[in-house]
Design a protein around this ligand. Structure first.
Ligand code: PBG
Length: 326
């Protein structure tokens, strides 16, 4: 056979393959989500997320140091708030002495160079388990009242030392409102990574176990997006960009690579993907059963985000993947 084109030639050795590789992962692509709880010396395993635990602040700092030594330079903090502190107005969310802010101050003191991202949404603090304020009569999630609460949470988060705020609530107009409030209080250096495109997804199950934050009634479909929609994702993202977001996020990750790719065509901003808890749990469960090679699937999945156009990946695999990349 006299073939003119033999694409296999470029794959014939590892040296060639690595020379022509289009996308590479590095540990500083990752943001590692970590869960914090009250107490000392505690690591309380999260059953549906093997390898992850709710950590007391001292353990959290150890974990952050380890991540940093592996080249992971950003973490996203999620607090497991005691039920007794959850209320309908979620006011614990902006209490300067709350668990989240105590942890942030301790982390910043121990590791000033580690970028710290804080979630902006009411669900960990809300007795209703919703990201916004619930109208007690109609059960509706009240947009503008929720934005007022999110502004208080954002200002308190910036004060506590968070470098990046991640509004994950999907209320309308919150990016602009939070940006103005931050600038007004001289927090113009605090970044906003908007969860711009967040779907009403079944893939958040293990995370809601970890924080006991599942909605008490109803679902999140009036604020999180319909998984059937992609054009609407572009609309959400353009609004956030116009309102001053620094980084746009798509969430969940793997089932929405097409959305990431489309967004890549539309924006010049950095794009992040959240490789969420359910995606992590599926890989872990299959690997524990010996049904897949967990490490291989992990690296393949993370690379897929880069191929789709992401700059940043929030992933529970951060530590494991960073170890392999070393
Ligand atoms: C809360 C929030 C959620 C996640 C991040 N922030 C859950 C939800 O919206 O119900 C999910 C993360 C994951 O599943 O890993 N606003």
């Amino acid at each position: 056979m006299k073939l003119q084109q033999r694409p296999r030639r470029n794959r014939s050795s590892e040296a060639l393959r690595s020379m022509i590789r289009e996308n590479v992962l590095t540990p500083n692509d990752f943001i590692a989500p970590l869960f914090v709880k009250e107490g000392k010396g505690e690591r309380e395993e999260i059953k549906s997320m093997p390898g992850h635990a709710r950590l007391s602040i001292d353990e959290l700092i150890k974990e952050a140091r380890e991540l940093h030594s592996l080249g992971v330079e950003a973490i996203a903090l999620f607090p497991a708030i005691d039920d007794s502190k959850k209320t309908t107005d979620a006011k614990e969310a902006w209490n300067p002495e709350n668990l989240n802010f105590k942890a942030a101050r301790a982390l910043k003191e121990a590791l000033p160079d580690m970028l710290l991202m804080g979630d902006i949404a009411l669900d960990p603090y809300s007795s209703d388990g919703h990201d916004g304020i619930v109208d007690p009569r109609s059960g509706e999630i009240l947009n503008d009242q929720s934005v007022e609460a999110l502004i208080k949470q954002s200002l308190a988060s910036a004060k506590a030392g968070f470098d990046i705020l991640g509004p994950s609530d999907m209320m309308d107009g919150r990016i602009g409102a939070i940006r103005s409030a931050l600038d007004h209080e001289n927090f113009e250096r605090t970044l906003i990574m908007s969860y711009s495109v967040k779907y009403a997804s079944g893939f958040y199950g293990p995370f809601r176990d970890a924080l006991a934050s599942a909605p008490k009634k109803g679902d999140k479909k009036t604020y999180q997006m319909d998984p059937a929609n992609a054009r609407e994702a572009l609309r959400e993202a353009s609004l956030d960009e116009a309102e001053g977001a620094d980084i746009l996020m798509v969430k969940p990750g793997l089932p929405y690579l097409d959305v990431i790719y489309r967004l890549r065509q539309q924006t010049t901003l950095p794009i992040a993907a959240y490789n969420v808890s359910g995606e992590y749990a599926m890989v872990k469960a299959a690997a524990q059963n010996g049904w897949i090679d967990g490490e291989k699937v992990m690296m393949e999945s993370l690379t897929a985000f880069k191929r789709a156009g992401c700059d940043i990946i929030l992933t529970y695999f951060a530590k494991e993947a960073a170890r392999l990349l070393h």
